[in-house]
Design a protein around this ligand. Structure first.
Ligand code: NFS
Length: 669
């Protein structure tokens, strides 16, 4: 773990302030440097990205290569052109992202089945109302049936979506009618979730699909299998089993760790384990066990999307986002980091060896060499969760010096689409009407969804912060998920009063009237499907066109790093959204640099715009992302014939100036 051994030749390292804008992260990075410990930040400094692979100029799909297409006109050994190679690499990433989200959805469906048949220890159906709504939408009879009977049928239906061979996956029917027709026209309706992922791998095997446009059609179908398939199933079932989120008070950042308690950090994605850890941590037997070990009790917190799942529902604090997983261990105060699937750095195990922290893997799919493995199984969920906590408590005595940064922020997460609908209209007239009206009248200029990861190649949290801050000033309502939402939480945007002095006057008026923060935390990354649902309901409400691509809305993932982000981007574009990704463009590389030769980039921007009304662009500069976001929103407003936002603001500014001049002339203030 010591840098001297691992990386003999050090490249220039960023200072903590250059690496992150988060003061808690800066403090821990300074500690890491002092202790000679590497982190993702220092490893990113030490290892420049491969400039051939980063922009998609390398093919490693067979053993005749890897082929690097670095010279004008070069092809791979098999004759593959750079366009084919880039499209193939891209679709493989989408397939991996779609698989990760969807396998999570599959496990949720299996848990629902186990709960329905009484085989899951400690779980119950928390949101019977949502179960009935979702089941009825799927054509499952609900009248005069017990929740378990309905849940059993819904679980069977959802499980069947993964192996379905023909037709359309069920949640696709929730999309606007016009959208479904577009997907049918281009033959991209996902037939079965697993089928699309398998076909993506088949088509990209050596010697198969070689037409970039044809490959990208299947990238769309594979992405849609995630967004309107696996991820949507994951969100539905999580809400049914653990409750549909509603606003709750929470806290975020490393300052949530406690000096006098046993700190257990849950990290990963699936709420089945983390929800049971919440229940077990409140068990009197476990609290007594912790006290007997000399601690005041157990303090549970989360990292990454697992954090979002328990933050949204129970207000359990978030210790941080993706890049803070190592920093949490560096505090010396974490007895156990309990992980399941996705976004878990292998470096955690070697890092934990420098401290007393136990890394406990729990998923049958994920083991890390030298970590402790306690396999989770929903049939004995509560017992296993208690065993894990006891392991952490037993480790409390081994704790050495701690350095918990004194930084944390309060926040109000929990904005499910059901709650947004309710808060806008009240119980009896729940409706998106006020939101649509505010957009049409120009009080809200448009909507931006900021989602996705943090990436050590970009100053941690900085692009999330800058873009959120500027869009709010421009009266753009911001909704967030994943690590982006945790970044905003740390900046205080997820609290009503704390954020409102930094937002434009129109948006501020709406937030104050409705009583919401200017940034709405909508959940984990699988919950991006909640955003699709909100957009669909805005269309159904009327006044903003008859399909998602007509709404003045933009999606941004400014610090993305994961293949899941590429799958999300693809299904959002196919749903009609303009999506801007930060960092580098994985399909940009060309040796010849002929300006109009960027075939795959073009297909995904203007090509997809022509087909789906949405487009995908990769932009490194956050200022450019803001400019294009506002430009797109204003163009969509114009197309709808809504009040011109810029004229409205210019008029208000002129009125304010005349009033100020009038006051000055009267000698007033
Ligand atoms: Ni999303 Fe959530 Fe974070 Fe990125 Fe990882 S935690 S699923 S992939 S890093 S936002």
């Amino acid at each position: 773990m010591t840098d001297e051994k691992a990386t003999p030749r050090r490249r220039k390292q960023r200072t903590p302030e250059e690496a992150s804008i988060d003061p808690a992260a800066q403090l821990m990075l300074a500690c890491a440097a002092e202790m000679g410990i590497s982190t993702a930040f220092s490893r990113a400094d030490d290892m420049a990205p491969c400039n051939i692979g980063a922009v998609g100029m390398c093919c490693s799909l067979c053993a005749m290569g890897p082929c690097r297409l670095t010279k004008d006109g070069l092809t791979g050994v098999c004759g593959a052109t750079i366009d084919t190679i880039q499209a193939r690499n891209f679709i493989r990433s989408v397939a991996a992202g779609s698989a990760a989200h969807s396998d999570h959805g599959r496990d949720m469906a299996f848990t629902l089945k186990a709960v329905a048949t009484g085989e899951a220890e400690g779980y119950s159906i928390r949101d019977v109302a949502k179960l009935r709504v979702v089941a009825a939408e799927c054509g499952i009879p609900v009248e005069d049936r017990s929740p378990e009977e309905i849940a059993n049928d819904l679980a069977d239906l959802y499980i069947s979506q993964f192996g379905q061979q023909n037709g359309a996956v069920v949640p696709v029917s929730r999309a606007p009618k016009k959208r479904q027709e577009i997907w049918e026209k281009y033959g991209v309706v996902p037939r079965g979730i697993d089928r699309e992922v398998v076909e993506a791998l088949h088509r990209t095997h050596m010697g198969d699909d070689q037409d970039p446009a044809h490959l990208l059609l299947h990238a769309v179908r594979t992405g849609l299998a995630d967004g309107w398939g696996g991820s949507m199933i994951a969100t539905d079932v999580s809400d049914i089993l653990f409750g549909t989120p509603a606003p709750v008070l929470g806290e975020a950042n490393l300052g949530v760790l406690k000096d006098d308690m046993v700190n257990v950090v849950v990290h990963g994605h699936e709420p089945t384990l983390s929800q049971m850890m919440v229940a077990a941590s409140q068990d009197p037997e476990i609290i007594a066990y912790a006290k007997a070990a000399g601690a005041e009790g157990i303090s549970l917190s989360g990292i990454c999307c697992t954090a979002n799942e328990i933050l949204m529902r129970q207000g359990i604090p978030a210790a941080g986002n993706f890049l803070q997983q190592e920093l949490a261990i560096l505090t010396g105060a974490v007895e156990a980091m309990v992980v399941d699937v996705q976004c878990i750095m292998q470096a955690l195990v070697a890092l934990a060896e420098r401290f007393h922290t136990k890394i406990i893997t729990t998923s049958p799919k994920v083991k890390i060499k030298d970590a402790t493995h306690i396999e989770f199984d929903e049939k004995n969920a509560l017992t296993i969760a208690k065993d894990i906590l006891k392991e952490a408590i037993d480790n409390y005595q081994s704790r050495g010096e701690t350095r918990i940064p004194d930084f944390k922020n309060s926040l109000v997460p929990g904005f499910s689409h059901e709650y947004i609908n309710y808060m806008l209209g009240g119980s009896y007239r729940a409706s998106f009407r006020p939101l649509n009206d505010a957009i049409m009248a120009g009080r809200i200029r448009g909507v931006a969804a900021l989602v996705g990861c943090t990436n050590p190649r970009i100053q941690h949290d900085s692009h999330h912060a800058m873009i959120t801050e500027e869009l709010l000033k421009q009266d753009v309502l911001v909704v967030e998920t994943g690590c982006s939402a945790i970044a905003s939480a740390k900046m205080g945007f997820l609290l009503g009063d704390a954020g409102l002095d930094r937002v434009g006057p129109g948006l501020r008026e709406v937030c104050e009237t409705v009583g919401i923060p200017p940034v709405l935390h909508m959940g984990s990354c699988v919950d991006n499907t909640r955003i699709l649902t909100v957009l669909t309901q805005m269309v159904e409400e009327g006044g903003l066109g008859d399909d998602i691509d007509e709404i003045p809305a933009v999606g941004l993932a400014p610090e993305w790093m994961s293949e899941k982000a590429l799958s999300i981007a693809t299904y959002c574009v196919a749903s009609g959204a303009y999506v801007i990704m930060g960092g580098y463009n994985p399909v940009e590389g060309r040796a010849d640099r002929v300006p109009d030769s960027a075939i795959v980039s073009e297909l995904m921007s203007s090509g997809w715009e022509e087909m789906y009304g949405g487009k995908l662009e990769f932009l490194g500069d956050p200022e450019e992302m803001i400019r294009r976001t506002l430009e797109h929103i204003d163009a969509k407003r114009d197309a709808l014939g809504s009040v011109s936002y810029t004229h409205l603001r210019a008029h208000e500014t002129a009125m304010n100036i005349s009033y100020a001049v009038f006051c000055l002339k009267r000698g007033g203030g």
